[in-house]
Write a protein of this length. Structure first.
Length: 226
């Protein structure tokens, strides 16, 4: 009998489930969701295929669990920062950018390998508007609506924003996600990781880039605080 099988039930369940989530997260980040099978996840995790279906009824359910594990904390970070923007007397455009940038940076610095693998998967699901992503975003209080309200507070002085400006906010958000998700690769994002953490200068330049894009989306930009 294996050491895993000889453990108590609750302990075994927790270990196997976490192993499957960790393995799926890594493989999804290395390849893609479509390029990874449940069988390969089980094999890499060192468990039998039956263990996957014991914990997850389908690949979709496993993928949702992988995404939710970190997305809950990420979205909570966005909610806190957007809430602070809505309460601030004179919020700056950079505060909008940091509502997205800072929670991701903190997550990556704490666990570069796992967080970057997760972010590759999360950003792809966001691009294709996968239900797993949409369900997380639409959990109350909804992150998308809260971010839009924060944009209106900063860019529209509390007034509704034109569709083009709203679209620019989405571009900024996804640009940050994409740039950070490739921080461990050459080319785009090259040099972004230093000694196992994000280079602060890279993060700062990314923030400046996104801030400038949002400032350029409104007229006149001189009325906004960077």
């Amino acid at each position: 009998m294996s050491s895993t099988a000889s453990r108590s039930g609750p302990r075994t369940d927790l270990d196997v489930r976490d192993a499957l989530l960790d393995t799926a997260e890594r493989l999804y980040g290395d390849k893609s969701i479509d390029g990874v099978s449940l069988r390969s996840i089980a094999r890499e995790a060192g468990v039998g295929s039956a263990a996957v279906f014991y914990h997850f009824e389908s690949k979709e359910q496993l993928t949702r669990a992988v995404v939710e594990r970190r997305a809950t904390r990420y979205n909570d970070g966005i909610r806190r920062r957007c809430g602070a923007i809505l309460e601030a007397e004179a919020p700056a455009v950079r505060d909008l950018v940091d509502a997205i940038l800072v929670p991701l940076t903190e997550m990556i610095n704490e666990d570069p390998g796992g967080a970057l693998a997760w972010l590759k998967t999360y950003s792809w699901l966001a691009q294709v508007q996968d239900p797993a992503y949409l369900d997380l975003v639409r959990t109350e209080p909804r992150v998308d609506r809260l971010f839009l309200r924060a944009m209106e507070r900063v860019l529209g002085h509390g007034r509704p924003l034109p569709p083009a400006v709203q679209r620019r906010g989405g571009i900024a958000l996804f640009s940050i996600m994409q740039a950070l998700s490739r921080a461990d690769t050459s080319g785009f994002g090259s040099g972004a990781l230093v000694d196992g953490a994000l280079d602060p200068e890279y993060v700062e330049q990314l923030g400046i880039f996104a801030t400038a894009g949002l400032i350029g989306s409104v007229t006149p930009p001189q009325t906004l605080r960077p």
